[in-house]
Ligand binder design. Sequence first.
Ligand SMILES: *[C@@H]1O[C@H](CO)[C@@H](O)[C@H](O)[C@H]1NC(C)=O
Ligand SMILES: *[C@@H]1O[C@H](CO)[C@@H](O)[C@H](O)[C@H]1NC(C)=O
Ligand SMILES: *[C@@H]1O[C@H](CO)[C@@H](O)[C@H](O)[C@H]1NC(C)=O
Ligand SMILES: *[C@@H]1O[C@H](CO)[C@@H](O)[C@H](O)[C@H]1NC(C)=O
Ligand SMILES: *[C@@H]1O[C@H](CO)[C@@H](O)[C@H](O)[C@H]1NC(C)=O
Ligand SMILES: *[C@@H]1O[C@H](CO)[C@@H](O)[C@H](O)[C@H]1NC(C)=O
Ligand SMILES: *[C@@H]1O[C@H](CO)[C@@H](O)[C@H](O)[C@H]1NC(C)=O
Length: 423
Amino acid sequence: MSITSLLTLAAFGRLVLGQSQPPGVSLPVAKTCGPTTANIVCIDRYGSVLPYHFFRESSVNETSFGQTSVPNDTSFGLVGEADFLVFDEKRALRALGSAPTYDFIFNVSAAVHEAPVWVPTLNKLFISQLAPPPGYLPQLVVDLNQDPPTLSEYLSDPPVYAPNGGTFYNGLIYWGASGGNNSIGGTEQRSGIRTLDPLTNKTVTLLNNYYGYYFNTVDDLAVDSAGAVWFTDPNYSWYNRLTDTAPQLKPASYRFDPKTGAVTMIDDSIAQPNGIALSPNGAHLYISDTGAVAGLNQQDSPPGSPFNQTGPRAIYKFDIVDRGTHIANKRPVWYAQDWVPDGLKDRLDPVFLTAANGWVLTGAGKGVDVLDEYGVLIMRVQTSYVVQNFAWVGNELTEFWMMGNNGISRVRWALQGQDLAAI
Ligand SMILES: *[C@@H]1O[C@H](CO)[C@@H](O)[C@H](O)[C@H]1NC(C)=O
Ligand SMILES: *[C@@H]1O[C@H](CO)[C@@H](O)[C@H](O)[C@H]1NC(C)=O
Ligand SMILES: *[C@@H]1O[C@H](CO)[C@@H](O)[C@H](O)[C@H]1NC(C)=O
Ligand SMILES: *[C@@H]1O[C@H](CO)[C@@H](O)[C@H](O)[C@H]1NC(C)=O
Ligand SMILES: *[C@@H]1O[C@H](CO)[C@@H](O)[C@H](O)[C@H]1NC(C)=O
Ligand SMILES: *[C@@H]1O[C@H](CO)[C@@H](O)[C@H](O)[C@H]1NC(C)=O
Ligand SMILES: *[C@@H]1O[C@H](CO)[C@@H](O)[C@H](O)[C@H]1NC(C)=O
């Protein structure tokens, strides 16, 4: 850098910032950008050099990037307000398309809202709701044929307790059922995998034990083109009072073959395996670790699991090997910029899905991060509530619904979801 530009920068620093700022800082960090149909804010160079003195609090609660204090750049105030926070301007604006929108659609209870599955033949979006209250069985359904869409309760036959992850395969909804109780609605239910036929409302149990042991918390799942179900089994349900039996198994991830009934462990290295997603080309599997939220292992401790800012909270990517039966080459691809312990209900839910183009979307705190397949952050959708899960709907699969504690909202953009009906 020439002496003149150094002097200019120093003068700029003194004049504008009132103190000496690091060479390399470029202001403003944030600016309004893109189409005006939504509140879009672009961040310059990922905000990689912020003007001093900046600070982001560690918290036991969710915090977001926009809550970082950056008093020497007033533009930073735009960050917290944005619906879409853009980091990679070129790719994000292409994915947002010409008229992106963000709309808050439904107020819902403070319970966890999960396992969204769009059923194309009905054009309905099925969503689960977990306790509280304990033992509550009805789930939810959004009727997208109505304008505006309507929300109602939905009871399958027989009902399924605490579906925590969901996907669509071969005309059926696959639910990861996370609760276990010897008398719920008069019958026994154990954590496992159920299918729901959305045309008849009938459910069938595909899996409810591991050689006699109860699964801890069957959480999220993905079905591959051969029909095998890849699922995670962390141990939150015990701490969240969703099961009457303490964990009998180490938190782990598995592959289940419904054709034979065989279950194979695929990973036991993750503290709390939670979200799981297959890449559209079937070559990779992603699993997230939410070990930063963990139960206290104390007798009579209050329900829920506290958040530990420095605990595990990464997404790992694996290669699928051994003729599609195992995973190898574990590597972290994303360290959550924001993570949320969900109060007493207490689930932070970094479930994720892959888009049609292989990008990875993960719910983290009050929003959804959009990453490329190598874990580079492209943009973040920001919400006013903690997002637990999301799904694409519609014939073009460019409408994206998010749900969580207290809210359900909708994004319209150009980023297409995977066509699960075609798997
Ligand atoms: C810039 O930051 C310094 C501390 O690093 C602070 O003393 C000063 O007040 C800040 N200026 C503004 C305008 O906030
Ligand atoms: C975290 O959130 C809870 C519930 O909203 C609140 O009672 C508590 O004060 C918050 N703690 C911090 C450190 O912000
Ligand atoms: C949600 O509830 C808030 C507070 O009661 C209200 O202001 C808002 O209009 C509601 N939104 C919707 C979409 O119902
Ligand atoms: C089992 O579920 C019922 C609701 O059907 C609930 O009242 C009871 O507390 C649950 N038992 C345990 C041990 O979680
Ligand atoms: C399935 O449940 C829905 C919603 O409760 C209901 O409208 C529909 O008639 C049921 N279908 C059958 C075949 O019972
Ligand atoms: C639940 O999982 C965590 C993280 O792997 C582990 O530390 C804890 O001991 C487990 N709890 C029980 C009761 O097995
Ligand atoms: C938080 O996690 C870190 C890293 O796993 C661990 O060293 C530390 O003891 C944890 N803190 C608490 C309070 O559990």
